[in-house]
Ligand binder design. Structure first.
Ligand SMILES: [Zn+2]
Length: 471
């Protein structure tokens, strides 16, 4: 992939900060970034064929986007299942704020450069009370990381004693600090977890000119559109393969707090029909809490390898077994691909594997070699430095940062030299046929089949609808 660094940075800044399990986060963001870039390109290639841009509403938003509070196709177990955000489904703690004189509450908005000490002193509260609140331990620790715009509610008695404080940590949690009636001057802290209701919604669309426009028309948010592109991005090149008439259907979560929509959750299942070929994916979380997308027959939607180990870079030298070396100035095979990128740009493991070499290696400079199973290995050279915790024998995940771009060894400027080997022989990383990621382990298959069935049935029903609407 060749990307403009400008587009890359722009879009990267807009990546959603949805909570993802830490193990998956890097990989997920990387995938997402790939999708975003493809989409950015897609946006730029809006066809100038007037026919294609005509705004015939074949799938009006009212019919194509639709929130089911009680979907018929999905049993109740699938709605309350903690697929994406298990921590928010824990039992809510009891609100600790007792009845206090309503007049004594004041709301304080955190200003730039503010902290709890300044807020307390403006409110006329003593440093002793600040100390007591801050020494409450783990739960009160969020008060040391206030952000401008955050709101605190203080209940202050007439003799300038803090009776209670409450602080919305985010949309799902509120911290309550109260003075204990039985033990004058002491405080206790509790975090109230608001009950988040998860509903299932779905949306379908047909592409007229660009995926983004079709998704918008179908009522799909940009984030969900990018997520969908990330899921199918291993099979479909969203920059080049998208055609007029391509269709998609997405079943996703919507998170509600007290009847008000907070945000979209995860995509639960989706179908993308590209040039007449249908691809389907269902999200599955195994008993260890690992989530991923699988085709209906239990194959991972991912490939075993990412094509590119550096985001937002440009290829400065291709795989060429008869290249003239820029430093040595004589014919010497170029056994990999060079990605020029600013010094310090993160380098990611392109596949799950084990580090079998970490250290200087002649002209390669600081180098990491990862062994992936018995047949594949990848090599990352000229690194500026290794990521923290990397060492020989360490297992790494696909998408995990292993080091940073530099120019150690024989290099004219900062770049990553990347090699891909099959049974020890170098292959062109840009054209080698990448193996599929492993299928869902056998022990999860029955559970996966059972859980994916209702989603697949719903996809069947929804895609029938979309086709009927188009005809
Ligand atoms: Zn090179």
């Amino acid at each position: 992939m060749k990307h403009s660094p400008l587009i890359g940075r722009d879009y990267k800044a807009r990546l959603p900060a949805t909570p993802t399990s830490n193990r998956r986060k890097h990989h997920y963001l990387f995938m997402l970034a790939g999708g975003v870039l493809s989409l950015a390109v897609t946006l730029l290639i809006i066809t100038n064929d007037a026919e294609a841009i005509r705004s015939t509403a074949t799938t009006p938003p009212t019919e194509s986007s639709n929130t089911d509070t009680t979907p018929q196709a999905l049993p109740a177990t699938h709605i309350s299942k903690p697929l994406a955000l298990p921590q928010q489904h824990r039992a809510a703690k009891v609100t600790a704020t007792p009845a206090l004189p309503a007049d004594n509450w004041t709301e304080v908005t955190v200003k730039n450069g503010d902290n709890l000490s300044l807020i307390f002193s403006r409110a006329g509260l003593s440093p002793q009370q600040l100390h007591q609140v801050l020494s409450l331990g783990k739960e009160a620790k969020v008060l040391t990381r206030l952000f401008p715009g955050d709101k605190l509610r203080l209940n202050i008695t007439d003799d300038k004693q803090l009776a209670a404080l409450s602080y919305d940590i985010d949309q799902t949690e509120t911290l309550h600090i109260t003075r204990r009636a039985d033990d004058a001057g002491r405080y206790s802290a509790t975090t109230e977890k608001h009950h988040i209701e998860t509903r299932t919604a779905h949306s379908s669309g047909t592409i007229e000119s660009s995926l983004f426009l079709a998704a918008k028309k179908a009522g799909l948010s940009d984030n969900l559109t990018m997520e969908m592109a990330g899921i199918f991005g291993w099979d479909i090149d969203f920059a080049l393969d998208i055609r007029q008439g391509d269709r998609f259907t997405v079943i996703y979560e919507e998170l509600f707090l007290e009847g008000k929509k907070l945000r979209n959750g995860k995509i639960l299942a989706a179908e993308f029909n590209n040039r007449g070929k249908s691809y389907r994916a269902v999200r599955y979380t195994d008993s260890q809490g690992n989530s991923d997308y699988y085709s209906p027959d239990g194959k991972s939607m991912r490939k075993a390898f990412l094509r590119t180990p550096v985001e937002f870079s440009r290829i400065s030298s291709r795989f060429n077994l008869k290249r003239k070396h820029p430093v040595l100035n004589k014919i010497r095979a170029h056994k990999g691909v060079d990605y020029a990128a600013p010094r310090g740009t993160p380098i990611r493991a392109t596949g799950d594997g084990k580090i079998v070499h970490l250290g200087r290696k002649g002209g390669y400079g600081k180098t990491i070699i990862i062994q992936h199973g018995s047949r594949y290995s990848t090599r990352y050279a000229h690194m500026n430095n290794y990521a923290r915790g990397m060492k020989n024998g360490k297992r790494v995940k696909q998408g995990q940062i292993i080091g940073y771009v530099g120019s150690t060894g024989l290099a004219t400027g900062p770049h990553l030299h990347y090699e891909f080997r099959l049974n020890g022989a170098v292959r062109n990383p840009l054209t080698v046929k990448l193996p599929d990621a492993g299928p869902l382990p056998k022990k999860y298959r029955a559970d996966f089949n059972q859980k994916s069935r209702p989603f697949l049935a719903q996809l069947n029903a929804l895609t029938r609808n979309t086709i009927a609407l188009n005809n």
